[in-house]
Every structure is written in structure tokens, then in C-alpha cells.
Design a protein around this ligand. Sequence first.
Ligand code: F6R
Length: 587
Amino acid sequence: MCGIIGYVGSRTALPLILEGLKNLEYRGYDSAGIAVISNDQLRIKKDVGRVDRLLADPNFNKTKGVIGIGHTRWATHGKVCVENAHPHTDCTEKIAIVHNGILENFRELKSELLKRKHIIRSETDSELIAHIIEEYLKIKPTFLDAFSEALKRLEGSYAILAIKADEKVILGAKKSSPLVLGVSEHGIFISSDIPSFLEHTKNVVYFHDGDIVKASPDGFNVFSNEAKVHRPIDTIDWDVEQVKKGDFDHFMLKEIMEQTETIQRAIQQDETIVKQISEAFKSAKGIFFVGCGSSYHACLAGSYVFSKISNLHVNVCLGSEFENFEHFLTPETLVVAISQSGETADTLGAVRVAKKKGCKILTIVNVMGSSLMREGEVSLLLKAGPEMCVLSTKTYTSQVALLTLLAFVVADRLEDGKNEMKKLWLEIYKLTSRTMREHIRKLAHPMINAEHVYLIGRGLQYTTALEAALKIKEVSYIHAEAFAGGELKHGTLALIEEGTPCIVFVSGENNKIIQNVHEIKSRGGVIIGVSPQQNEIFDFWIKVPEVGLLSSIIQIIPIQILSYYLAVLKGLDPDRPRHLAKSVTVE
Ligand code: F6R
């Protein structure tokens, strides 16, 4: 989705906003723009494409001014063009706003504003906000009053920042879209996400839905229901190096390599809390794991390990489908919502359905202070550090590792679980070694021209196949489809042609999957085996260790690496796949 950032302080705002926007690009990158107050005038620059395009104008780059706002867009309302890029202004061009979210009453607001003769220049819903503030400024004494009246007219989700040419403040507000404030020594940042200002401060303030913030060079105030409220300053333990590529060409590879450490951090949880959670699992009448995309695949893997390790049945549901099962929810149901960002609208929607039914809610997120974290009675953090690549890699394996740990706790085998997982560190180190990467790169070469790739596995390996297919398609744009090994013969086998690459995940003594591989091979498929043992049927073998029920943490890693090289060898940017945004805050 879109990323927004504002700065007010003692330094020149423009370079700080540009730098912040670059770290928000994972939220959307089809257009970008900045507005700065300079000599009581708004100076605005916007363009289609990446943030770097804004740097192309040397005149604008000299703009002074200590207050500014910026936006990087993932189009929802209106095509990708300069007019639709943010910031948007009112008719007088004195007010500029940036917005992340969707206004549901857009049509009604637009026709009302058009009747009042406002000049609407874009197709976006966001522009209307500037005009509504303009309207209220005619009857309200202050910018803050007009801003807060305008918010009452908005239905839908929003994180908004607004500035006015003759005011030394930034106003911000949030409802169902992320917004966080950073307090640095030289000024205040307000942004969609912490990486945008991590270089300047680790001191952050999280807002509640409905909060309005007024930030000036002297500090900030937060209001809720028109009264001043206190929101504490927290310190985030993220490291500034984590939002930099360092020696790597791309965040994707850097984050794949980090998994040796992130897995360790994921299972370092407060034992008292984890044991309380375990009681909630044991006493629940009905358990649901809910997530989207890779987080959904982690839920699926989790359901297999819960079945096998703790003998507990877990229902798994996509966030967007969850409401269909609301009839089965009671106050005794435990709903575990899993999300890297903690801002995915579909997952948040599911949790709200569950809350209405009085269910117990556990959330597992990577981003501290995120909306989902606040929705749960209990929340566990993945501690993977910021994930800058649009694709989930390290956070997926952290999710599976944490769910596996919980399965051990529920089985009263916490120590066993920890000991088993300790064995993984070295294995992940080996799987991400230069030798292994080179081996996988050789496989990627002939695959870049493939139109289709099929992936199969049984049991836990089936869930890995699903996640692996998502990785390949989202970053290389090659069609990749995963099946439970037994399912292929029920239809898809018809698609196998001479030379079709098929990736098979093998673990243990699972001979049935090898039988499925024979079915593919005899129809011309080229077999890539991800397996602890070599098998003569493999055309290419990626050796992985045998780690039994922990295999979904391990076996995905070679395919993350393969996906990375498929993208790089095709000349694509693995960190920013087309049409995608990391945090999907619309339903
Ligand atoms: C895949 C990917 C997405 C996310 C999905 C959910 O690589 O990144 O499929 O997994 O959008 O996001 P979170 O986990 O933030 O809820």
C-alpha cells in the first residue's frame, strides 16, 4: 500500500523525507511526491516511478524549509500518472495532504465538493481530503479544528498527514491504516513505518485509531475525541543496519542470509507468557490460525506441526475468507492471527469478526506497535527485524519456527523443542553458504525461460511447496503452482510436457512422493529434488538435512535462493516485484 512520511524540526526537511520515502518504497512504488513549506509557500514535486525520479530536478532539490510531507504510491483509486500522485492540494494550493487508505464515501464527498465548485484535479479519493479541510477552514478558527472536522466526514481507512503553507505544524491522523511517530534530537517524524526514520531515532510513539497528532518544531501533542491524551514513547530494538543493504545487492538476499539468526530470535520468547498461551490452546474449544499470503502458508505448516507434535486439531483460514466461518466462533474459540506487518486488512478484518464473537485472540507479528498487535489480548513478536524486501523470507521461517515452538510447549516439551531447533542454526548457515548459492544459481540459469513450474510435496512438504510456488511467481513472474503429491494425478498431470521443471520436496521415508515423481518423469518433466537423499530420478538435486517436523523451516530456503536468482538473471528487481506492495492495508 502507500507509504507516507512527514518531518518537522530544525533540519532541512527535503533530504530527510526523500531518504525516508526510499525506505518506504516497499509499500508501493508506482509514483512518489513531496511537499515542503518554504517561505510560507508550498513547493511540490511529484512524478510517476520510483522516489529517485524526484531527485532528477536539481532546482527542487535545493528547496529549503523545515516542514514537509512525502508519499510513495500503490494505486487504488485512479491510474498511475502525475496528477494522481500525492501530495494533493486544495483549490487555494495552500493545503497539502498525503493519504494511505481508502475513502469508502468517495463518490458522495466528491459530488458534494463539485457542487460547492471545488476544482478537483485528480481521480483519487485522497485529493478530496484537502478540499474538505479547505471547506472547514471557512467556518472553523484553526487548522487543527478544520482538520478534525474534516476527519468526521471520512468513511473508510486512513493515515493522513496535512500541512498548510502559513502554519509551522504537521497534522496527522489514523484510522485502520498504520502511522507511527519518531522523536529525534532534531525533530519529529510521522510515518507509515519505522524504517523510514530509524537512522535518526529509535524512540517511537504508537497511535490508537481515531488519534490526531499535531507536531511542531517544539514537540507534539496527541488528541482523541477532542481531548489531549498521553501516548508513551517506546524504544524499538531494531538496528539501523537492518534497513541498509550493506554489501548485498538486494535486501532479498540479505534477508535470506539473516535466517541463521532470525530463527534463533523467533524462539526466544518469555517462557511464562508462552506457557500461558499453551493453557489457552489446551482449554480452547476450536482453534483457528488465520493469515494471508506467506503468513497463511505459515499457518498451514503450523497446523501440521500442531497435529503431529501436540495432537491438536487446528482450522486454518485465509484472512479474507474467515467471516464465512463465524457461526463456529464462541468465547471459547482461540483465534491465532499471524502477520509480518500486523497491518494486513484481511487479517485485521478476521480478528474483528472474532472479537465480536468474544473469541480469545493471540496475534503473532513482526512489527511492534502494529494494529494487529493491539487487537490481540496476547501478542508474540517474531523479532526478525525490519523486512525491507517485498517478499517474505526471514519472517516466514520465523513464523513457522515460533508456531513449532508453541506446538512443543502445548505438548509440554518446551526444552525438546528448543534443543531440536538449535540444530537448525548450522544447517541454515550451510544452506545459505556461497557454495550452495552457486549450486542453485546454476539451476536458475536454464529455468529462466520456463513458462510453468510445478511443485509437489506431501504432509509438511506440501505446505512448503505452496510457499515455494508463491516465492517463484511473485519475484520471477514464472507461473508456479503447488500440489499435494497425491493431487497431481487428479488433473494437473495433463499440463506436464517435455522439459517442464517440477520441484519435489522430500523428507523421511516418504516413498509415496517418489511414486508421484515417477508419474511426472514418465511424462517428460525435469525433476528438481529438494531432499536429504539423492535419488536417481532427480535431474538436479538440492541436498537438505533431514530434520523431520522442522523441515518446513529448512526446505523453503533453497527455493527462496532459487527465486532470487531467477529474478536477478531475468534482470528483475527482486526487492520490488511489479504490482505488489508489502503491506496490503485494503480488503
Ligand atoms: C509473500 C508476501 C505476502 C504477504 C501477505 C501477508 O512473499 O510477502 O504474500 O505474506 O501480504 O502479509 P502480512 O504477513 O504482513 O500479513
